[in-house]
Design a protein around this ligand. Structure first.
Ligand SMILES: Cc1cc2nc3c(=O)[nH]c(=O)nc-3n(C[C@H](O)[C@H](O)[C@H](O)COP(=O)(O)OP(=O)(O)OC[C@H]3O[C@@H](n4cnc5c(N)ncnc54)[C@H](O)[C@@H]3O)c2cc1C
Length: 461
């Protein structure tokens, strides 16, 4: 296999030493490890195409990987095989300000794109908190969300075109700078977005841009309990200012941030709401007081707001870094990504705390409240007998309730292999059969990212 890989990858790198492979054995869920047989790093898109053309004859699973920040067991070699790391495909090929689009390679880090766009007065709205490292390839394969997706919508709303390489080495463009279907009758681009590496390898994208808002105000408000913060969230969602983001951090999350280098003076012991309004200066300035009043009326006696860029950025840095701080609290963690109707927020969060407390497992909630997209983090030690079983038990109880209240399994992280077992909770046998038929049409042997999304997707050499 090594000889075959080295004949396909001549300018890039082929990694096989156990120490190198260990770095690719997990995603953000570090406790679940799957050693790949090898890792290849194609030098550019041409070499990735050459690799895909030869991959069938190598005869092992092929797993695409961007930055590996997935929280669902997505870019891991669950059935062994070769991990394809896209880190060399990181060119921003064009920023077309007049047409409000850009063309980027799949390995570009999200924040690098943001930095390149800013001087042109435009931005790409989806903003997962992993922005400093996560790649656009990973974002589009997971249909990533983020704090500002409440108002602006998730990744799929901004993908105009996808260039994808199939396992036979054929290269296809679905859509393009002008959007639409490209040279295809149906909108196959939609199949590609969120396909979690199961259909094709993406090499480049055409993305829609928006003008930067003229003015932004960021608010933080603290609440003594879940009911009052839920009331604030409902009121914000209904406010004509239509906030850009509505985020929540629970008291344990606040304490974690304040105990870290990201400390920014958040009051401890309360639930914290972070929200933002943006748009034309005169319009948003006129709405500041009514948002502050709304936050107070819902039960907060501590509302702070600012339009000062460094102050706002400090708050956002604390929010966005919070997920990554989890590793400082605990050897391991599992994060769920369920979405629920907002009317059930307080009730389902209470269930999380009750189940976790009963099991002696700390739970930390930091999430996209406006979207009803929960992110309970369960902290545990995978080396402590019984801990993992407890976490799995709590996760199952949560998912069951989520489905009962009309929610679903994932808002933005994807299913990967971590949530695949929950799929039958939501989808019946007919739906599962049809959903399996789609990746099978692209690669019948399920050579691309097997055991992901649907447990039945097993590679048969
Ligand atoms: C601290 C932290 C905060 C996070 N916050 C958010 C958040 O706010 N919103 C959110 O949506 N997610 C969030 N995530 C999850 C994760 O960052 C996103 O899912 C992100 O989109 C993954 O990008 P990546 O480059 O790391 O992809 P990877 O983890 O490498 O891969 C993710 C999936 O994409 C596939 N893939 C990668 N590249 C390609 C390609 N070129 N072609 C085809 N398939 C490919 C992989 O096979 C895998 O299935 C967070 C993660 C962390 C650790």
């Amino acid at each position: 296999m090594l000889r075959q890989l080295q004949s396909l990858i001549t300018r890039g790198r082929v990694l096989t030493s156990p120490a190198q492979l260990a770095g690719y054995s997990a995603d953000g869920l570090g406790y679940k490890r799957f050693m790949p047989d090898a890792v290849v790093i194609p030098a550019d898109a041409d070499e990735l195409v050459a690799f895909m053309r030869g991959a069938k004859s190598v005869g092992v699973p092929v797993i695409l990987r961007g930055a590996g920040t997935s929280l669902s067991g997505g870019p891991v070699a669950a059935q062994g095989g070769v991990v394809v790391h896209t880190s060399s495909l990181k060119r921003i090929r064009e920023i077309n300000v007049e047409g409000f689009w850009c063309e980027v390679e799949c390995g570009v880090a999200l924040n690098d794109l943001d930095a390149a766009l800013k001087p042109h007065g435009v931005f790409y709205p989806p903003d997962p908190s992993s922005g400093p490292v996560c790649t656009l390839g990973g974002n589009i394969a997971s249909n990533a969300g983020g704090a500002h997706c409440f108002r602006y919508g998730v990744t799929s709303n901004y993908v105009l075109g996808v260039e994808a390489v199939m396992l036979d080495g054929s290269v296809h463009r679905f859509g393009g700078p002008a959007g639409g279907h490209g040279p295809w009758r149906e909108d196959w681009k939609r199949f590609m977005i969120g396909s979690e590496g199961t259909l094709a390898a993406f090499t480049r994208f055409w993305l829609r841009l928006l003008p930067l808002p003229e003015k932004v105000w960021t608010f933080r408000a603290t609440y003594p309990d879940l009911r009052s913060i839920e009331a604030a969230i409902h009121a914000l969602v209904a406010h004509p200012a239509y906030p850009a983001a509505i985020e929540m951090i629970d008291p344990r999350g606040v304490a974690m941030v304040e105990g870290s280098q990201m400390a920014c003076g958040l009051p401890k012991g309360s639930f914290m709401l972070l929200t933002e309004i943006d748009g034309p200066a005169a319009l948003v300035d006129a709405r500041v007081q009514s948002i502050a009043k709304l936050l107070r009326d819902a039960g907060s006696d501590d509302v702070v707001f600012s339009d000062d860029e460094p102050t706002r950025m400090k708050l956002w840095k604390a929010r966005k870094a919070a997920g990554g701080l989890m590793g400082q609290l605990s050897a391991d963690f599992v994060v769920q990504d369920a979405v629920i109707p907002k009317r059930a927020l307080a009730e389902v969060l209470q269930l999380v705390y009750d189940e976790a407390d009963a099991a002696g497992i700390p739970a930390v909630n930091i999430f996209h409240a406006g979207d009803g997209n929960l992110h309970p983090n369960f902290l545990f030690n995978s080396r402590k007998p019984g801990d993992l079983e407890k976490v799995e038990h709590i996760s199952k109880a949560l998912m069951k309730r989520v489905i009962e209240v009309g929610g679903t399994l994932s808002g933005e992280h994807g299913i990967g292999n971590d949530k695949a077992a929950y799929m039958p909770l939501v989808f019946g046998p007919d739906s599962m059969r049809l959903q399996l038929a789609v990746p099978a049409a692209f690669n019948p042997a399920h050579q691309l990212n097997p055991l992901k999304v649907l447990e039945a997707r097993r590679f048969v050499a």
